[in-house]
Design a protein around this ligand. Structure first.
Ligand SMILES: Cc1ncc(COP(=O)(O)O)c(C=O)c1O
Length: 355
C-alpha cells in the first residue's frame, strides 16, 4: 500500500471554476481575487483581507506594514517552518527565538524575558493548527505595547475560545499552499481590522504602487491570480465539511493509536489538524519503518530554526524543548482522500512498532 502524506483537495467544481475564469479571458488579479478576499474575510469575521501569491509573501507584507527594519528584534517560536524566520531576515531585522512548550507552540512564560527596547513585534504560529495561548499572547502584547502578528499558515480553520485563528493579531496571515486544508496551490492572505494596514498591504503587493506607476513603498509582485482565487472561493463553500472530515480522521487516530503521545491541546479550542502529529521515543526507527511500508510522513520539524545551517550564525541559543520535540515528532497522513482502510493500515503499523 502507498499512502501519500498529503494530496491537494481539488474537486470537479473547483476545476469548473477555473474553466469559467479561462473562458472569461481575464486571468491575472481581478474580480475573482476581490471575491475570494471578501468571502474569506466574512468567513473569519474580520474586516479586511488582502490576497497574496504565497503565505511567505503575505507575511512579508505584514512585516512591511509595521515598518520592521534594521536593528529591530522580532520574537518567534524556536520550532516552526523556516519561512517565518526567513521573512524577518528579508526585512533586515533580527529573529529572537523563544522555546516551545508541550503544545509545541511558543512557551508564553518565556517571552517576557526576551523583550528588549528593540523588540518590535511578536510573530506567533499555531503549529500544525493547534491553537496557542492567545489570552497570554494578547496580554503580553498589550502590557508591553508590542504588536502581535499571527502567522496562521497552519491554523486556517482552527479556533481559540470561539474565535477563529488567523484573527487574533493586529495583522494576521495564512497560506493556501497545496498541502493546506484550503488551497489555491500556492497562495496566501493578510487579515486585519485596520484600514491603514489593508491599504498598505494592498500597495506593497503591487510594487508599492500608490497610483498608476507612482510607488510609495518598496513593494514586490505578490499578486494572486484570478485563476487560483476562484479555486479558493469554490473551496470555501465546502470548508465546513472539509474541517469536519479532517477532525473525524484525527479522532479516529486518537481512539486507535497506542503507545504514542500528542501535542497538548488547550481547553476550549478547535484544532484544524493541518498536521496530525505523534510524539514517539523511537522516532527514526518508526519513521523508517512507516516509510518502508509505503506510508509517507514528514518530520515537522527536524531541528529548531536557529540550528538550521542558514541561521546558525544568528543564534547560538539552545532550546531544550524544541530540540526534544524535533527528535520525537512525526506528522502522519491526514488528507481528504485518506480512507478508513488506509488509516487502519497506518494504525496497525504504528501500534506494532511504537513505544
Ligand atoms: C508557519 C508557516 N509560515 C509560513 C509559511 C509559508 O507559506 P507558503 O509556503 O505559502 O509561502 C508556511 C508554509 O506552510 C508555514 O507553515
Amino acid at each position: 500500500m502507498k499512502i501519500p502524506w498529503s494530496l491537494p483537495n481539488i474537486n470537479k467544481k473547483d476545476m469548473q471554476s477555473i474553466k469559467k475564469v479561462l473562458d472569461s479571458g481575464w486571468f491575472s488579479m481581478g474580480s475573482e481575487v476581490k471575491k475570494f478576499e471578501e468571502k474569506t474575510a466574512r468567513h473569519l469575521d474580520i474586516k479586511y483581507a488582502v490576497a497574496a501569491n504565497t503565505g511567505t509573501a503575505a507575511l512579508d507584507m505584514a512585516l512591511k506594514c509595521l515598518d520592521i527594519g534594521e536593528k529591530d528584534e522580532v520574537i518567534i517560536p524556536a520550532l516552526a517552518y523556516i519561512a517565518t524566520a526567513n521573512v524577518v531576515l528579508y526585512n533586515n531585522a533580527r529573529p529572537v527565538f523563544v522555546d516551545i512548550d508541550d503544545t509545541l507552540n511558543i512557551d508564553t512564560s518565556l517571552i517576557e524575558e526576551k523583550i528588549t527596547d528593540k523588540t518590535k513585534v511578536i510573530i506567533n504560529i499555531d503549529l500544525g493548527g493547534n491553537p496557542s495561548n492567545y489570552d497570554e499572547l494578547l496580554r503580553i502584547s498589550k502590557d508591553y505595547d508590542i504588536p502581535l502578528i499571527v502567522d496562521g499558515a497552519q491554523s486556517f480553520g482552527s479556533e481559540y475560545k470561539g474565535i477563529k485563528c488567523c484573527t487574533h493579531g493586529v495583522i494576521n496571515t495564512t497560506s493556501f499552499h497545496a498541502a493546506k486544508l484550503l488551497t489555491t496551490i500556492e497562495g496566501g492572505m493578510v487579515f486585519t481590522r485596520e484600514k491603514e494596514f489593508c491599504l498598505k498591504a494592498t500597495s506593497i503587493r503591487n510594487q508599492g504602487e500608490k497610483s498608476k506607476y507612482i510607488h510609495q513603498y518598496l513593494g514586490n509582485n505578490y499578486r494572486m491570480t484570478d485563476l487560483v482565487a476562484t479555486v479558493g472561493s469554490s473551496q470555501l463553500d465546502r470548508f465546513k465539511e472539509t474541517l469536519k472530515q479532517r477532525r473525524k480522521k484525527a479522532e479516529y487516530y486518537k481512539k486507535n493509536l497506542n503507545n504514542v503521545e500528542y501535542p497538548r491541546e488547550l481547553h476550549n479550542i478547535k484544532n484544524c489538524y493541518f498536521f496530525f502529529l505523534i510524539l514517539v521515543k523511537n522516532r527514526d526507527k518508526l519513521n523508517n519503518y512507516l516509510n518502508q511500508n509505503g506510508i509517507d510522513t514528514r518530520i515537522t520539524y527536524p531541528m529548531p530554526i536557529n540550528e538550521q545551517p542558514v541561521f546558525k550564525k544568528i543564534s547560538k541559543d539552545f532550546f531544550l524543548k524544541a530540540k526534544d520535540i524535533s527528535k520525537k515528532v512525526i506528522s502522519l497522513p491526514i488528507h481528504h482522500k485518506l480512507s478508513i482502510e488506509q488509516q487502519d493500515y497506518i494504525i496497525k503499523k504504528i501500534n506494532k512498532y511504537a513505544g
